[in-house]
Design a protein around this ligand. Sequence first.
Ligand code: XIL
Length: 334
Amino acid sequence: MTESLRELADKNGFILGAAAVPKAVETEPTYAETLSSQFNCLVAENCMKAQFLQPAPGQFDFKEADKLVSFAEANGMKLRGHTLIWHNQIPHWLKVDMSRAQAMDHMRNHIFGVMEHFKGKVFAWDVVNEVLEDTFFSYREKSRWYELIGSDYVELAFKWARQADPDCKLFYNDYDLEAVDEKFDATMKLLHDLQDRNIPFDGVGFQFHSTAEHVLSMGKDEKFAARCERVQRELGLEVQITEMDLCLSSNPDDAELALQAQTYAHILRLALEAENCTALLTWGFTDKHSWIPTFHKGKYGHALLFDNKYQPKPAVAAMAEVLENIHCSNPIIS
Ligand code: XIL
């Protein structure tokens, strides 16, 4: 029998993960089986976001998230944390008027409450997510955290995260970092500024949501490799691909599936070869449970590695071949 992606990733010391939802883990045996046999890491697609973890001020609800913790533990998988401070999926109570000091208290309590709960279980947290906006690449002002606290919410979040769990890796996470030059440059400037002022953090998360046909045609692959190198050289930090998916049309033909396979495999190869890239996570793993069709209103779909019946798509064999043949430059699973 051929080896699973997980067996090959384990041998290579590379973290290969996927986003998961507790309900499917509980109710669909094939979902649970595929997740644990093909991946050595998971991340919560939604249930570790602030809206769900702190539904009322000071009242945490870890029930759903803990189901994923138990699943990861039972199956010897690593767990990524996503996400502490983001402008989307925030609790309702954060939308009311409050002072800067009150908002800072809430942020501190959220970070401490969540990170202390998952201490020793989550190895890396996306501390801040999608901080910059898409036109001028300055701070996203339509973020409740920015509105209430100001731009220093970012450094406060990292400082408190380090205090809450000093052993956890702290990530800055965003989309289009492999795609949009101005966004990556603005991100690097922000990260340099944080680092110059001794704000603690360990890595940069490249979400890597893309349309399959755009990765190679727009040179996102070369940009990704060059940007890993720049993050290493200038900042000495880790990179992880945190939310990869590669959309196809709503009814893809064999050529589209082949391009998707080639692209997944190529990016995995670049991730293995990069000196500082330690993980690749996809945003789900089966087309049955993927945010893409809803997000793109049906125009795109089929973005993940397994089809909606949990059958491996061509990308699985292509990635297995890469894991077999390319040695990870920076193995962190032993
Ligand atoms: C998405 C989830 O996949 C959806 O189910 C949810 O409705 C909205 O959020 N960038 C991120 C993720 O950092 O948290 C988002 O996840 C996708 C884009």
